[in-house]
Design a protein around this ligand. Structure first.
Ligand code: DQA
Length: 151
């Protein structure tokens, strides 16, 4: 069974308590359960990881690239959190490791502060899901499976 890696970046460990008007009240543990259930429905193995550290996320992207090259992984669903708007290093990692990646944001970043309107990740993402709440994670996994089958 092929794998999908779900990566959550900084502050997403605070889901449930953090700005509920933006991000809802579901915890990261609930989101990870939703992701695993989506994987079961779609016939893929879902692994979920979260880190507040840019370098750790970069290492995981590199690992995903190796897993994809070995034919074990379809790709990555990633909510890069605030690194979306700052991290050229994550952009370079996704590109350099040739990772198929769906970028996801729980909130509609385009309806928020202007500093959230630019993403360093979008140019290297296969697709983007924005503003659909935590349900977006299951949609992103579904999308990754579909684009992987199409290519
Ligand atoms: C976020 C949006 C980002 O702007 C923010 O920094 C986050 C979460 C989202 O899921 O809506 O941490 O990626």
């Amino acid at each position: 069974m092929k794998k999908v890696l779900v990566l959550n970046g900084p502050n997403l460990n605070l889901l449930g308590q953090r700005e509920p008007a933006q991000y809802g009240t579901d915890t990261l543990a609930t989101v990870e359960t939703l992701c695993k259930e989506a994987g079961e429905r779609l016939g893929v193995e879902v692994e979920c990881r979260q880190s507040n550290h840019e370098g750790v996320l970069i290492d995981w992207i590199h690992e995903a690239g190796r897993e994809m090259a070995a034919g074990n992984m379809l790709g990555v669903v990633m909510n890069p959190g605030a690194f979306t708007h700052t991290s050229i290093a994550l952009h370079d990692a996704i590109k350099g490791a040739s990772v198929t990646l769906i970028e996801l944001h729980i909130s509609n970043v385009h309806a928020r502060e202007s500093f959230r309107h630019h993403s360093y990740i979008s140019p290297v993402a296969r697709g983007i899901i924005v503003g659909l709440g935590v349900k977006g994670y299951a949609l992103a996994i579904d999308a990754l499976v579909q684009v992987s089958q199409a290519t």
